[in-house]
Design a protein around this ligand. Structure first.
Ligand code: ADP
Ligand code: GLC
Length: 515
């Protein structure tokens, strides 16, 4: 059969068959971060950088992650494979030779690790026993440059680079500088998103790093850009140069628009207008779920809390607490940093232990005075207080599962994941109502028994003490309310899918600004 020739209708464009329509290329998102669980985690940042890419990929995005290869990362355990070398050009003309290792992280995320012994073959992520490393900007500057170079040589140019906190907040300015000097080499249209997980950590450093990270033009060191109080402020540069900025809860987004929560940068927050928003973190229920958590003594769900009693006994047994189902266990899993309300804990814990029939199980490390205070409490209250100073993923799960209440008297809390996990494990949070704690915990209603936790609004020892007392009296005097709250706490969900959809909307907006 003759077909109509193209010659006969020279300008006709044949309409493609419906099934031949090319589907749009998935958005390419590059995560560059100093932390990602389970490889390197100091706090919630590590959890988010592991679970948000999973949710984005499930929603159809093409996400890849680049991390430093710290000495602490066990290559065999995480199935890292060598993937060649990379010559990374720096702004000052230096070329750094790096090794690249790769693996596929949970959820199918291709993850690359930058090996560079001078910067990453150290015991800690940010610090060791002697304190913070002095060359942070060089270390994470190299990470950012290596991430870009890796994308170039692999021919995978991201639509959006998503950076996190001060360590990688310089990357949007690097993209800006490359565009202005015509050295983008493929990154001309790549947009940038900065997520601020904690406005209080800004990464102050010496400006001598600027040429190394390609920011030697004078515009990058002014009070309107990276300069703060005569030093280089890495986070501030992110606030100025990222195409869009997010933070990790709506309430914290509102709080940092003014001081003191803005930590000196509230002016820069307000200047962003609608290119800044709060998107609540999620919890990864593949990992944090008492119905299928291999780390806890017994599984349980909201229909039956018997397993939780077994988890409580297991915790009491392991930590040397008196075996007693009837006494409420107050749990904590935390970095011991000022942010977490160390002053309130120091004033209130002895007061609570002195007058209430409770046990306390704490896992944490950080501030030496706080560590000492907790050891001292354990010494003074044998069988009633267990203070484990250190970091243990395993024990953290057992504390969420084995405790009845979970204390978070944070002075500020950008989001907080610990209270989300505690809710899922039916350990009712007692929290200072700030940031993400305000957004995720529902206040107990003593009339109806509704709510998921206990909130106080003034950061005072009296308010914290009284709220712990309120929780403890609910345990002893209103057991039906306890049951009702626990059921509700276990069924509330902070799913990543909803938050990932908001990030995808944002990425699309950013892409539309760089046609
Ligand atoms: P932040 O990121 O400010 O530390 P989050 O509540 O967002 O606070 O996240 C804390 C994360 O770190 C949670 O996953 C918590 O279980 C974990 N974590 C904190 N301290 C320890 C510790 N000493 N051992 C194990 N996990 C810890
Ligand atoms: C920061 C914040 C914490 C938040 C976490 C993950 O460490 O202190 O509130 O949950 O980042 O975004």
């Amino acid at each position: 059969m003759k077909t109509k020739s193209h010659r006969a209708r020279p300008h006709a464009v044949p309409s493609p068959a419906p099934d031949a329509t090319p589907s749009p290329r998935p958005l390419r998102i590059l995560f560059v971060s100093s932390e990602c669980a389970p490889y390197a985690k100091c706090g919630g940042l590590g959890d988010v950088v592991a679970s948000l890419p999973k949710a984005l990929r499930a929603a159809g995005a093409d996400v890849r992650t680049v991390l430093p290869l710290y000495a602490s990362i066990d290559r065999a355990r995480h199935a890292l494979e060598p993937a060649g070398g990379l010559q990374v050009p720096c702004g000052n003309g230096e070329i750094n030779g790096c090794g690249i290792w790769r693996t596929v992280a949970a959820g199918g995320i291709p993850t690359a690790f930058v090996e560079h012994d001078r910067y990453f073959a150290r015991d800690g992520v940010y610090a060791d026993r002697n304190g913070d490393y002095g060359d942070q900007a060089f270390r994470f500057g190299l990470l950012c440059m290596a991430a870009a170079e890796l994308c170039r040589v692999r021919g995978w140019i991201p639509d959006v680079v998503h950076v996190h906190d001060w360590p990688t907040a310089m990357m949007p300015a690097m993209l800006d500088a490359w565009r202005k000097t015509g050295t983008s080499r493929g990154f001309e249209r790549t947009g940038s998103v900065l997520t601020v997980h904690n406005q209080a950590y800004q990464g102050y450093t010496h400006p001598s790093v600027l040429p190394y990270i390609g920011l030697s033009a004078p515009e990058y060191y002014t009070p309107d850009t990276f300069e703060s109080c005569g030093a280089l402020n890495l986070l501030k540069g992110g606030w100025v140069y990222a195409d869009a900025v997010t933070t990790v809860s709506p309430t914290y987004a509102a709080e940092i628009r003014s001081e003191p929560a803005g930590a000196g940068l509230s002016d820069f927050v307000r200047r962003r207008g609608d290119t800044f928003q709060g998107i609540l973190n999620g919890a990864d229920y593949d990992i944090w779920d008492p119905e299928r958590d291999p780390r806890i003594a017994a599984s349980y769900g909201h229909n039956s809390l018997i397993g939780k009693i077994l988890c409580k006994r297991d915790l009491q047994h392991r930590l040397g607490l008196a075996l007693d189902d009837a006494v409420p266990v107050l749990g904590m899993v935390t970095r011991l940093a000022d942010q977490k309300g160390l002053g309130l804990l120091r004033d209130v814990l002895p007061w609570v232990l002195g007058e209430m029939h409770v046990q306390l199980a704490v896992l944490g490390s950080g501030d030496p005075a706080a560590e000492e205070m907790l050891r001292d409490l354990q010494h003074r209250y044998p069988g009633r207080v267990a203070a484990v100073i250190g970091y243990s993923e395993d024990l953290s799960h057992r504390i969420y599962a084995g405790s009845d209440f979970f204390l978070m008297p944070s002075l500020f809390e950008p989001c907080g994941l610990a209270q989300m996990y505690a809710l899922r494990y039916a350990s009712l949070p007692v929290v200072h109502a700030v940031g993400g704690l305000e957004d995720t915990v529902e206040q107990y209603n003593e009339g109806s028994g509704d709510g998921t936790g206990f909130k106080f609004y003034a950061a005072t020892a009296q308010a914290f003490h009284d709220t712990v007392a309120w929780a403890v009296s609910t345990w002893y005097d209103r057991p039906t309310h306890m049951t009702r709250m626990r059921e509700r706490a276990m069924t509330v969900r902070f799913d990543w899918a909803a938050s990932a959809a908001r990030y995808l909307d944002l990425y699309r907006r950013v892409v539309s600004w760089r046609p």
